[in-house]
Design a protein around this ligand. Structure first.
Ligand SMILES: *Cc1c(COP(=O)(O)O)cnc(C)c1O
Length: 477
């Protein structure tokens, strides 16, 4: 076969204009627009030129590529116009998985987002008076119901007035609180609580960004109330307790009870703040987890301000809450940083719907709470049904005991007993199986442990069991 020169091969390529005039592309131009198709045609031609330059194509390869160039352009258009952010199936059993978007929202939250976001709303408008309103009121009333009323219901001493402010996430809440309460002053923190939460949230760094000064006390494993007491001086603005969200210290350890810290804070007239991180408004003891303090537990123990996330144990949208003494919360609200950290109407809508479910104690309506409450028996039944359908001579699916993880900064020991689907397939390693599951549409994310792929249906929505079954069947096929 005569060798065709690269110059001749390049000459075979049509121009972008010629391609756009072709009849084959008329339909996609009319549905997706000239601009997108032009970009795609350029990209496909550039790819061919690069392959010719690298001497990867001979004359017949180029002819073949040109005979199917319209469909290559169409594929390119569809790919570039498809969403990058898309749903996946979470079969990891980690309920609040930060990499998978944490809490799935309740149906009522989605509806409320759609209704308020598609048109105008009373976000900052008082419909009764016609005057300007505050965006906080929509959720503050519900936080008050959830926190003040329950507080009073416990027959506690003088009921404090608890109010709540909402910002972009818990990191923002901590920044706002430190800057408001302790700018240019000292904040006392135990050395055992100088945590890093995923990537760039480190207590000492946030402290310096807030222009407050970190005053470390105690040691990594043991800090006593006397350590705090000795460190208090005329520059002390705040005592800070930080939840050890992603690690535990065991062995020879000591940490004052939160109540002791509250007593000290009262005596020395310094506010006490707790960064709870996860912070539940729902009693986790009802699902068998008693290692995790709720927002009410902290407030009842005498903490002045609690910070927590909206998309962790609350099961709502990404947000950060500061709940506590209303005089302190009012100061946060009037800090100019608040304007930069505040949330959008979509967040308020999702939060309001999530909190309403809490007020009604409708825990089944909030997916994260529903998943926590799901029994091992129920999960086991679903796993058995999938196993029965997919088991074949090549694919082995076994249902075994295991643990689901609450995640999202709840104590690492906050686990729930579950039944797992353990999958092995002849001729495929666990990594290969897991890669194939990720390549299915929608992607299925599973755990790999000890050479087996483990799927936990606790975090898979029951209507997705069918998709999981289909993907597993394909593996063995
Ligand atoms: C998760 C967490 C944060 C950060 O919260 P985001 O909502 O992710 O910003 C801060 N502190 C603690 C203790 C946490 O667990």
């Amino acid at each position: 076969m005569p060798v065709t020169s690269k110059a001749e091969l390049y000459r075979k390529l049509p121009s972008v204009d010629e391609l756009l005039q072709s009849r084959e592309l008329a339909a996609i131009i009319s549905s997706e627009g000239q601009a997108a198709v032009t970009d795609a045609a350029r990209a496909v031609l550039a790819r061919l030129r690069a392959e010719i330059a690298a001497a990867q194509l001979d004359s017949s390869d180029v002819d073949l590529a040109l005979s199917t160039i319209s469909s290559a352009i169409e594929r390119q258009v569809r790919q570039s116009l498809s969403y990058s952010l898309r749903g996946v199936i979470n079969a990891t059993g980690v309920i609040l998985h930060t990499n998978l978007g944490r809490a799935p929202l309740a149906a009522a939250a989605l509806e409320h987002i759609r209704d308020t976001a598609a048109g105008y709303s009373n976000l900052e408008f008082d419909v009764e008076t016609g005057g300007r309103g505050k965006r906080d009121v929509h959720v503050d009333r519900l936080f008050r119901k959830l926190l003040n009323q329950k507080f009073a219901g416990e027959g506690a001493r003088a009921t404090p007035d608890i109010s709540t402010v909402v910002v972009n996430n818990n990191a923002a809440a901590v920044l706002l609180a430190l800057n408001t309460l302790a700018e240019a002053g000292e904040v006392i923190v135990s050395r055992g609580e100088l945590v890093e939460i995923g990537g760039s949230f480190r207590i000492p760094d946030v402290m310096s960004k807030s222009h407050s000064v970190l005053r470390e006390v105690g040691t990594t494993n043991r800090t006593r109330i006397a350590d705090y007491e000795r460190a208090i001086n005329e520059n002390t603005r705040l005592l800070l307790r930080v939840h050890r969200s992603n690690f535990e210290i065991t062995g020879f350890t000591e940490q004052p009870a939160i109540g002791e810290l509250a007593t000290l804070a009262r005596k020395r007239n310094v506010p006490l703040m707790e960064d709870l991180g996860s912070g539940s408004l729902f009693d986790l003891r009802s699902v068998g987890v008693d290692s995790e303090p709720g927002v009410l537990d902290s407030l009842r123990a005498g903490v002045d301000v609690v910070s927590y996330s909206g998309d962790k144990l609350l099961g709502g949208p990404q947000a950060g809450m500061l709940s506590g003494r209303s005089d302190l919360i009012a100061r946060m609200r009037s800090n100019s940083l608040f304007r930069a950290l505040r949330v959008d109407k979509l967040t308020y809508a999702a939060l309001e719907a999530t909190l309403l479910a809490d007020v009604k104690q409708d825990h089944e309506a909030v997916p994260a709470l529903r998943m926590m409450r799901m029994s091992k028996g129920e999960i086991g039944k679903r796993a058995e049904a999938v196993a029965e359908k997919v088991s074949s001579s090549r694919l082995r699916a076994e249902v075994i005991d295991g643990e689901s993880v609450i995640g999202g900064g709840a104590a690492p020991s906050a686990v729930l007993p579950t039944r797992l689907l353990a999958v092995t397939c002849e001729g495929l390693s666990a990594e290969e199986i897991s890669a194939r599951l990720r390549a299915s549409d929608p992607a299925i994310v599973a755990r790999v442990e000890e050479g087996r792929v483990l799927l936990d249906l606790r975090t898979v929505f029951p209507e997705q069991d069918r998709v999981v079954t289909g993907s597993l069947e394909k593996l063995a096929g």
